[in-house]
Design a binder for this molecule. Structure first.
Ligand code: NAP
Length: 300
């Protein structure tokens, strides 16, 4: 029996573990894939206060080491269900854990475009992570699909590696911050393909290109590619909690800044919480708030 079961080993979950362990609570962190969540895929973290610059992977590794040094237990399993009760139960693909409280910190995952050929080409030319896979495309031709901060950052990052980068966006203005859009405009090897959607990822024993439709002109175009990076936003990983936890219309856990869900003793932290700003700083902020709320709950 644990005092706190933390589901998710990203910045929010690991920060919650750090705070809980320092308060001498028994803690297990259950992580499906690798520690660090989305930040582990970031090439550079420059906006974490007090840290000049480090890679996301380095940040995640440091945070995980801090948790392990305090005796935190980390299990690599996939949570499939939580059961409210006394104690609460977390069921994974391999085991069952009982705890007096739970912190949900499951984050978000990359949204698929849903275009023909996308799914079968994942890992064969279609990627969701420029930082992970960009180096495969040195002096090659790639496209980024999307118009948010991730897409524009990815296009800038890839323009230093690839010979040519297309950025395909469904509107004629970017959602990304102006400073990023300005930086993108300075890249000579980036071509904007605006008002356009990808109809098909062409598969000829691997990705050969994309078929694109311009929604305004009706023009269709084939772009030959070596790689395509899909960056069209994220979806919360909360569906498994829907039976007992109230989710908002976007599928995020409904909870205010106090990180308390509708169920006593179950808390939420990080990107999977309903909120407006999803940043590393707000994720670690949530982690500490959720842990302190759980500690308070245990004390009562
Ligand atoms: P996002 O801001 O939600 O942007 C998603 C982009 O994909 C939008 O341009 C959207 O188009 C487009 N899109 C969505 N569904 C689509 C579809 N079916 N077909 C074609 N295009 C589609 O997602 P994000 O860029 O991953 O960013 C997520 C969050 O992380 C944001 O809050 C962002 O600010 C933050 N972030 C911050 C940084 C940073 O501070 N450096 C870096 C990365 C991410 P529309 O614009 O037309 O809706």
């Amino acid at each position: 029996m644990y005092d706190i079961i933390i589901i998710g080993g990203g910045p929010a979950g690991l920060t919650a573990a750090l705070y809980a362990l320092r308060a001498e609570k028994s803690v297990v962190v259950i992580e499906k894939l690798g520690l660090g969540g989305q930040i582990a895929l970031s090439s550079e973290v420059e906006n974490f206060p007090g840290t000049m610059k480090m890679s996301g992977a380095e940040f995640a590794a440091n945070l995980a080491a801090q948790v392990e040094n305090l005796g935190g237990r980390i299990e690599y399993e996939e949570v499939v269900e939580i059961i409210d009760g006394n104690p609460k139960t977390v069921v994974t693909d391999l085991d069952r854990y009982e705890g007096r409280s739970i912190i949900i910190a499951t984050g978000v995952k990359n949204r698929r475009l849903g275009a023909e050929g996308e799914e079968e080409l994942i890992g064969k030319g279609v990627s969701f992570c420029a930082v992970c896979d960009g180096s495969f495309y040195k002096n090659k031709t790639v496209a980024v699909i999307g118009g948010g901060n991730t897409a524009v950052e990815d296009a800038i990052y890839l323009s230093d590696i690839a010979e040519k980068v297309y950025i395909v966006h469904r509107r004629d203005t970017f959602r990304a911050e102006n400073r990023l859009v300005r930086a993108l405009a300075e890249r000579k090897n980036v071509e904007l393909v605006l008002d356009s959607t990808v109809e098909k990822f062409v598969n000829e024993g691997g990705l050969k290109g994309i078929d694109v439709l311009n929604a305004k002109s009706g023009e269709k175009r084939h772009i030959a590619l070596d790689g395509a990076f899909v960056a069209v936003g994220q979806i919360p990983q909360c569906e498994i909690f829907r039976d007992i936890i109230i989710l908002d219309e976007g599928g995020y856990v409904s909870a205010g800044e106090n990180c308390r869900t509708n169920v006593e003793g179950i808390f939420v932290a990080g990107d999977c919480r309903n909120k407006t700003v999803r940043q590393l700083t707000t994720a670690v902020g949530d982690g500490s708030v959720a842990a302190l709320a759980a500690i308070d709950y245990l004390g009562n």
